[in-house]
Design a protein around this ligand. Structure first.
Ligand SMILES: NC(=O)c1ccc[n+]([C@@H]2O[C@H](COP(=O)([O-])OP(=O)(O)OC[C@H]3O[C@@H](n4cnc5c(N)ncnc54)[C@H](O)[C@@H]3O)[C@@H](O)[C@H]2O)c1
Length: 294
C-alpha cells in the first residue's frame, strides 16, 4: 500500500501502526503535481483535500487545484495503470440544499462566488472529471458523496463541529455555536464510512452514491449531548452564521442500501463515546507536554 499525502491537514502519527509494515510506503507529495508510482496499481482512493471550511479557506486556490488538478493527476495515473479509482466527493456538492433528504438526483444550490466555492465547486468539477474518464476513457471510476464524518484521530483544531465541541468541552472552553444553532447535520462514524467506501470501490456503480448517516441533529442538540457526555458545564457562545452555511443536511442513502447493502451501524451516541475517549487522552497528553520543562 502506498499513501501519498502532503501533510497539509494530516498527521504522520496517524500512520504509526502501518509504517513498519513491509508492504507500506509513504510518499510526501502534493497531488497537484503529477505522480510517479513504480509498479502496478490496483486501486486508488482519492481522499486528499482539506475538508473543514477554516482549513480549506486558508488557501482557496490551492484547495480548488487539489480538487481539480490533483484529481486529474490521479485519474491520469489510474488510466495509465489500469487501476480502479474512487473519489471522495461531498454533500457540499448540494450546497445549501432546498430539499431535506438530499438524493443523488438533486443538482444542488451552490454559490460559485463565495467563501465555500473553492471546495464545493472544486468537488463538483472533480465529479465531472470522474464522469468523463469513466464514460469516455474506460477508467473504472467510483464517486462517493460523503456526508459529515467524524471519529478518533481528527485534528483537534481542524474546525469541524464534532471535534470543535468535544475539544472545547474537554479543555474547559465555551462551545462555539454559529447562528442560533438550529441548523442540522447528519453525522457518520468513521468505521461506517470506511466500510461504505470499500463496498463502493468493489461495486460496479459509476454514478455518485451518497454515503452518510441519515440521523439528523441540530447543532444545539449536538452541543448538549457533548456537554452531557463529557460532564462539562462550559457555556455556549453564539457567533454569526458564516456565509452560505447550509441550513440542513441529511443524506438519502437508498442507493447505497440497494447497490452496496450498506447502512451505518454506529449510532451517534456510541460514536461520540469513542471519539470523546480518544480526544480526552489527546488533551491530557497535550497538557502534560505543556507542563514539562523545555
Ligand atoms: N470528513 C468529512 O466529513 C468529509 C465529508 C465530505 C467529504 N470528505 C472528503 O474526504 C476526504 C478525507 O477527508 P478527511 O475528513 O479525512 O480530512 P483530513 O483533513 O483528515 O484528510 C485529508 C488528507 O488530505 C491531505 N491533503 C490535503 N491536500 C492535499 C494535497 N494537495 N496533496 C496531497 N495530500 C493532501 C491532508 O494532509 C490530509 O491527510 C477529503 O477529500 C474530504 O474532502 C470528508
Amino acid at each position: 500500500m502506498t499513501v501519498v499525502d502532503n501533510l497539509l491537514t494530516g498527521d504522520l502519527a496517524n500512520l504509526a501502526r502501518l509504517r513498519d509494515h513491509a508492504a507500506f510506503t509513504f510518499v510526501q507529495q502534493d497531488i497537484i503535481k503529477p505522480l510517479q508510482i513504480e509498479g502496478p496499481v490496483d486501486e486508488i482512493y482519492n481522499l486528499a483535500c482539506p475538508a473543514s471550511p477554516p482549513r480549506y479557506q486558508i488557501d482557496p486556490i490551492h484547495t480548488f487545484r487539489t480538487c481539480v488538478d490533483g484529481t486529474l493527476n490521479l485519474l491520469t495515473l489510474a488510466e495509465a495503470k489500469g487501476a480502479r479509482i474512487l473519489q471522495s466527493s461531498t454533500s457540499e456538492v448540494y450546497g445549501d440544499p432546498e430539499i431535506n433528504l438530499q438524493h443523488e438526483g438533486y443538482r444542488g444550490n451552490v454559490n460559485t462566488c463565495g467563501p465555500r466555492a473553492c471546495y464545493d465547486e472544486g468537488k463538483r468539477a472533480g465529479e465531472t472529471l470522474f464522469w468523463e474518464f469513466g464514460a469516455h476513457r474506460g477508467v473504472e471510476t467510483r464517486i462517493a458523496r460523503i456526508f459529515n464524518t467524524y471519529g478518533p484521530q481528527m485534528h483537534p483544531d481542524d474546525g469541524r463541529v464534532v471535534s470543535n465541541f468535544v475539544v472545547q468541552a474537554l479543555r474547559g472552553d465555551a462551545l462555539t455555536i454559529y447562528g442560533d444553532g438550529s441548523q442540522t447535520r447528519s453525522f457518520c462514524y468513521v468505521d461506517d464510512m470506511v466500510e461504505g467506501l470499500i463496498r463502493l470501490m468493489a461495486s460496479n456503480e459509476k454514478m455518485p452514491v451518497n454515503l452518510g448517516n441519515p440521523g439528523e441533529f441540530t447543532m444545539l442538540e449536538l452541543a448538549k449531548l457533548v456537554l452531557a457526555k463529557t460532564g462539562s458545564a462550559v457555556p455556549m457562545t453564539y457567533l454569526p452564521l458564516p456565509q452560505d452555511d447550509p441550513r440542513q443536511r441529511r443524506p438519502d442513502i437508498a442507493r447505497a442500501r440497494g447497490l452496496l447493502g450498506w447502512q451505518p451501524v454506529v449510532p451517534l451516541d456510541l460514536g461520540l463515546d469513542r471519539t470523546i475517549a480518544w480526544f480526552a487522552e489527546r488533551v491530557r497528553a497535550d497538557r502534560q507536554k505543556e507542563l514539562l520543562p523545555s
